[in-house]
Write a protein that binds this ligand. Structure first.
Ligand SMILES: Cc1cc2nc3c(=O)[nH]c(=O)nc-3n(C[C@H](O)[C@H](O)[C@H](O)COP(=O)(O)OP(=O)(O)OC[C@H]3O[C@@H](n4cnc5c(N)ncnc54)[C@H](O)[C@@H]3O)c2cc1C
Length: 596
C-alpha cells in the first residue's frame, strides 16, 4: 500500500480560508476508517494553508479512490472542509474530511476554527436548466460509457450522460472485471479448447434454458469482437485467460489494471479527451422520467440535480441504469424465482454500489410502456463478506480453492454454477463457509491480485487467516484437522487427475487446475450475497426496448443489467461484463442511427 500523491497543487487563496488561523507549517497524519479499511490521511501545511493532501488507503478503484482525489482537490481549492460528500462514496468522503480535520487540529486549529471551516461553502444553482443533445444516456456506468463512445463513433453529434453518482463507472468499477469471450488467440496458447457453440450452450444451460436464444446468440458471437473494440479504445487485457466463479468454462478475460475500473477508466478517458467537445456530463443528477411526445416517441429525460430541475432534450435515449440488487424492498417483492425459499431482506447484503443499483430505470421504463421480464431471476454470489455482502478479500473467482464448512468438510463441487454453490452454502451450519486456498493462488504476499490488493493488506485487515500447515490452519479456523486434510485430499484426487471427478462432482477441466499441497494456507469466511438481477426491460438484438404491445418504443434503447433476457435464471460469471460492453456498444450505435 503506497501513499498516493493526490495533490501538490498551488494553493488558491481567494476563498474564506484556513489561513485565518495560525496553522503551523509541517506535515500531519491522521488515522481514520474508510469504506473498505482503515486509512491514513496526510496533510501538508505551507504558509498557514493546506498545500497538499495524500492518503494511504485501500478504497475501491474508481469509487472511494476517486472521491479521495476529487474531494482533496476541492478542500485545497476552497481551503475549507465545508464541502459535500461525493454521492455514492459518502463514507470515503467523510473519512477524508475527518482526517483533514484531525490534521488541522494537530497543526493548531481551535474548535472555533474547525466550526468556521466546516460551514458549507458549496452553493448549488436552483434555476431550471435545459440541455440538448442527439443521444441522452441515463447512467454513466460501464454500459453508459460504452454506449456513449459507440454513439459518437457512429455519428452522434453530441451525447449527454446523466449520472446520479459523483463519479462515472457505476458498479462496473468494483466488478472483478471478468469478461467471457471465445478468443482463439489467447485460449489456444493455454491449451484451452472452446467454441462459440460451447459458449452459447453453457450460457443457455447455465441460465436454466430461459434466456432469449437470439440475445444469447448475439452475446456469444459478438463478445470477442467487443474485446477487440475495447482494445482499440485502449483497454489492455492480460494474456492469461481465467475462469470466474460459475463461469462454466475457461474464457474469462481480465484487464491488466485492477478490477472493472480497468475498463471504465479507459472509456471515461476516451470521452474526456478524444470526444471532449461532443459530450456533456451531468453528474450527481438522478434521472426521474423518460419524456415522450403524443405518439409515444422518446424526446428526452427529466432529471433533478441538488433541487435544480433539468430537462435533457434528445432524439434518442439509452437506458443504462444497472440492476436493482441493492433495493431490498423491490427485490423481496419480486423474489418468486430461484430464491423464493430465501428471504432477501437486509440480513443478506449486496455486492453492488448501493445507491446505483436501485432499479430506477425499470420504474422509468415501465411508466412509458416498456415490457419488464424475468424480474424474479435474482443471482446470489458465494463470495460475500459476512455482515456487508461486499466482495472483499480473496475472491472465489478462479480455480484452486475449496469451500469447507464450519466442520472443515467440503460440501459442493466448487466448479458449479453460482445458484448451485449458494444453495449448498445455505444448507451448511450457520449458512457460511471457509474459502480455503494456498500458495498456488498467492505465491507472493506483496503482489497485488486482480482487485489491486495484496495478501499482506488482507491479512492486516484480519478477515483472512493464515497458517503454514493445514494442521495449524485447522486450529486457527477452529475446525477438525482431519476433516480439513481430507477435504483437500479429496479435491487433489481430481486436481491431479487420479479420478475424473471427485465425490462432489469436481472435475479438473481447466488448464489452471493443480493439486493444493504447499503452505502457506489461507482461509476466509464467506456468505452468499445478492449480486445480479437478471431480469429487466425487454430488448431485441438491436438493443431497442420492446413495449407491452410487442413493438419497439421509438427512440428508446437499453443495455446492461437494466435489461432482461440475456442471462436467463442464472448468469454465468464473466457474462455480465461481456453483456455490458457488447450490448452497450450496440445500444450506442442504434441510438446514434436513430438520432440521424
Ligand atoms: C462486486 C461486483 C463484482 C462483479 N464482478 C463481475 C465480473 O467479474 N464479471 C462479470 O461479468 N460481472 C461482474 N459483476 C456484475 C457486473 O459488474 C454488473 O452486472 C455490471 O457492471 C452492470 O453494469 P451496468 O452498466 O449495467 O451498471 P452500472 O455499472 O452499475 O452503471 C449503472 C449506472 O447508472 C446510474 N444510475 C442508476 N439510476 C440512475 C438514475 N436514476 N439517474 C442517473 N443515473 C442512474 C448508476 O449510478 C450507475 O453509475 C460484478 C458486480 C459486482 C457488484
Amino acid at each position: 500500500m503506497q501513499f498516493r500523491n493526490l495533490i501538490a497543487a498551488a494553493v488558491i487563496s481567494s476563498l474564506a480560508s484556513v489561513a485565518s488561523a495560525a496553522l503551523k507549517d509541517g506535515s500531519y497524519q491522521a488515522q481514520v476508517i474508510g469504506h473498505n479499511a482503515p486509512m491514513t490521511v496526510k496533510v501538508t501545511i505551507e504558509h498557514g494553508k493546506i498545500a497538499a493532501i495524500s492518503t494511504k488507503d485501500l478504497e475501491s478503484f474508481g469509487v472511494g479512490k476517486t472521491a479521495l482525489q476529487v474531494k482533496s482537490e476541492e478542500i485545497i481549492k476552497r481551503q475549507s472542509i465545508g464541502i459535500d460528500a461525493m454521492s455514492g462514496a459518502t463514507l470515503s468522503s467523510f473519512a477524508l474530511i475527518q482526517g483533514v480535520e484531525e490534521c488541522l487540529k494537530a497543526a493548531g486549529a481551535t474548535e472555533a476554527d474547525i466550526e468556521k471551516w466546516s460551514k458549507q461553502t458549496v452553493k448549488h444553482p436552483v434555476t431550471p436548466l435545459t440541455v440538448t443533445g442527439d443521444v441522452a444516456i441515463i447512467g454513466g456506468g460501464g454500459t453508459g460509457l460504452a454506449a456513449a463512445v459507440s454513439a459518437l463513433e457512429n455519428g452522434a453529434g453530441k451525447v449527454v450522460i446523466i449520472e446520479k453518482l459523483g463519479y462515472l463507472g457505476g458498479s462496473t468499477n468494483v466488478s472483478g472485471g471478468a469478461l467471457n469471450a471465445v478468443d482463439d488467440k489467447r485460449q489456444k496458447t493455454q491449451g484451452i479448447t472452446d467454441s462459440i457453440e460451447t459458449f452459447y450452450n453453457a450460457t443457455m444451460k447455465g441460465g436454466h434454458n430461459v434466456g432469449d436464444p437470439a440475445l444469447v446468440r448475439y452475446l456469444t458471437e459478438n463478445a470477442y469482437p467487443t474485446v477487440e473494440w475495447m482494445e482499440k479504445q485502449g483497454v489492455v487485457f492480460r494474456d492469461k485467460i481465467g475462469a470466474a466463479t460459475g463461469s462454466l468454462g475457461q474464457r474469462s478475460h481480465y484487464g491488466v489494471k485492477p478490477a472493472g475500473n480497468a475498463y471504465t477508466s479507459v472509456f471515461e478517458h476516451v470521452l474526456k479527451t478524444k470526444y471532449k467537445d461532443r459530450v456533456e456530463f451531468l453528474m450527481e443528477c438522478p434521472a426521474e422520467a423518460i419524456l415522450t411526445d403524443a405518439s409515444g416517441k422518446v424526446t428526452g429525460v427529466k432529471a433533478l440535480r441538488h433541487g435544480q430541475p433539468i430537462t435533457v432534450k434528445a432524439q434518442s435515449v439509452v437506458l443504462a441504469t444497472g440492476g436493482f440488487g441493492a433495493n431490498v424492498k423491490f427485490r423481496q417483492e419480486v423474489n418468486t424465482g430461484v430464491w423464493k425459499e430465501v428471504v432477501l431482506d437486509k440480513s443478506i447484503g449486496t455486492t453492488n454500489i448501493n445507491k446505483a443499483a436501485q432499479g430506477d430505470g425499470l420504474v422509468m421504463a415501465k411508466k412509458i410502456g416498456a415490457q419488464l421480464i424475468g424480474l424474479s431471476d435474482i443471482q446470489l454470489h458465494p463470495n460475500g463478506t459476512p455482515g456487508t455482502g461486499l466482495m472483499q478479500d480473496i475472491a472465489t473467482s478462479g480455480r484452486n480453492r475449496i469451500f469447507v464448512n464450519l466442520e472443515g468438510n467440503r460440501f459442493v463441487n466448487e466448479g458449479a454454477a453460482r445458484d448451485t454453490l449458494c444453495k449448498a452454502i445455505f444448507k451448511q451450519p450457520k449458512g457460511t463457509y471457509w474459502l480455503v486456498m494456498n500458495k498456488l493462488r498467492y505465491p507472493d504476499i506483496n503482489t497485488p491480485d486482480r482487485m489491486g490488493v495484496t495478501m499482506k493488506d488482507m491479512l492486516a485487515l484480519g478477515r483472512v487467516k493464515t497458517a503454514a500447515t493445514l494442521d495449524e490452519l485447522a486450529k486457527v479456523i477452529n475446525v477438525p484437522a482431519d476433516n480439513l486434510k481430507a477435504a483437500v485430499a479429496e479435491y487433489n484426487k481430481a486436481a491431479s487427475h487420479q479420478v475424473e471427478k471427485d465425490k462432489f462432482g469436481f472435475a479438473a477441466t481447466n488448464t489452471d487446475d493443480a493439486p493444493m499441497t504447499e503452505g502457506p494456507w489461507y482461509a476466509c469466511l464467506k456468505v452468499p450475497t445478492v449480486h445480479h438481477t437478471m431480469g429487466g426491460v425487454k430488448i431485441n438484438t438491436k438493443a431497442e426496448v420492446i413495449g407491452t404491445d410487442g413493438k419497439p418504443i421509438q427512440g428508446l434503447f437499453a443495455a446492461g443489467e437494466v435489461t432482461g433476457g440475456i442471462h436467463g435464471a442464472n448468469r454465468l460469471g464473466g457474462n455480465a461484463i461481456a453483456d455490458v460492453y457488447t450490448f452497450g456498444r450496440q445500444a450506442g450505435a442504434s441510438a446514434a442511427k436513430f438520432a440521424k
